[in-house]
Design a protein. Structure first.
Length: 305
């Protein structure tokens, strides 16, 4: 199925969690001079207009980035995230929201490599166009632009399959974001199977999996299945902004499951998540969970209302 368009959900509370974590993971990799490779298995369109098209229909950004836009007390990680978005909205009006490819492009250094997969034909075309515009703008500002095919490569193919050809990356340093639409049940199985194969090829890599927290069995079981993978360490964080609706519809909660997380991530999230819950809460059912462990079990956890 290729009906999913992320533009409907751009900038919502799930995007806030996903992109804050993504930026911090990339910042940590960038602390060493050696290059890294960022791989996005389901890249989407890269940039989304909030005042027109799909995003304007649902206005889900009002439950996410909109609530942070004018805050002056943001924790450092959130301040960096919001600052990145404000850079792409120089007028001060919130018109555009970045997807994970754009976030990665803004954080990555010249020596790092970005590899993007997107199977949806329309999304893939828009992704290509958005990166051409980004490069043209950089050139107009006098910034050095790397040749296409070196720093950034975009492939219109299934990221679950395409990932295999890139692991391990030449530098043996990398981050893989796995963020499928989960519009079919098979996506949950493919996430786990893809990680099993990826860990065999590149066991020291960092892997970040975004997932929705829904009533359906596959959603509830996914993090437990990932916890049993034979990895050195994992971290699982979820953000809920409201009590689940009686009919089970709507996305009230989402999670990020990180394999081989940097040691800095857990303390950062313990400081950040209570703030994020208060800022994005829609009712008293808002809260978060934060767990760490190995493939053999859980080491610690926390929940805040």
């Amino acid at each position: 199925m290729l009906s999913y368009r992320h533009a409907f959900h751009a900038g919502n509370h799930a995007d806030v969690l996903k992109h804050v974590v993504l930026i911090q993971l990339l910042r940590y990799l960038g602390q060493k001079d050696a290059p890294y490779m960022y791989i996005d298995t389901h890249a989407g369109a890269g940039v989304y207009a909030l005042d027109t098209g799909y995003a304007a229909k649902n206005t889900e950004y009002e439950s996410g980035i909109s609530r942070l836009w004018d805050r002056t007390d943001l924790p450092p990680a959130l301040a960096e995230y919001v600052g990145l978005i404000k850079e792409m909205n120089p007028s001060g009006k919130m018109r555009y929201y970045p997807g994970s490819p754009y976030c990665a492009d803004k954080v990555a250094r010249e020596q790092d490599r970005i590899r993007l997969f997107e199977l949806h034909p329309s999304e893939s075309k828009i992704l290509e166009e958005n990166f051409r515009k980004t490069e043209s703008h950089a050139a107009a500002q006098g910034q050095r632009v790397n040749a296409r095919g070196k720093r950034t490569m975009i492939q219109k193919t299934d990221g679950f399959i395409g990932l295999k050809s890139l692991l391990p990356p030449p530098s043996r340093r990398g981050l893989v974001l796995i963020d499928p639409p989960y519009e079919v049940k098979d996506d949950y199985r493919r996430v786990k199977d893809t990680l099993v194969d990826a860990l065999d090829r590149f066991p020291t890599g960092t892997y970040a999996v975004w997932y929705p927290v829904l009533n359906r069995m596959e959603s509830r079981q996914l993090p437990d299945k990932l916890k049993r993978l034979p990895v050195k360490e994992w971290l699982n964080v979820t953000l809920s902004v409201s009590t689940p609706s009686p009919d089970g519809f709507g996305l009230h909660s989402s999670g990020m499951f990180i394999i081989n997380p940097p040691w800095t991530l857990e303390p950062m999230l313990r400081e950040l998540m209570p703030y994020l819950v208060k800022a994005l809460a829609q009712d008293p059912g808002a809260g978060f969970t934060l767990e760490t462990g190995t493939g053999l079990g859980t080491q610690g956890g926390a929940r805040r209302g």
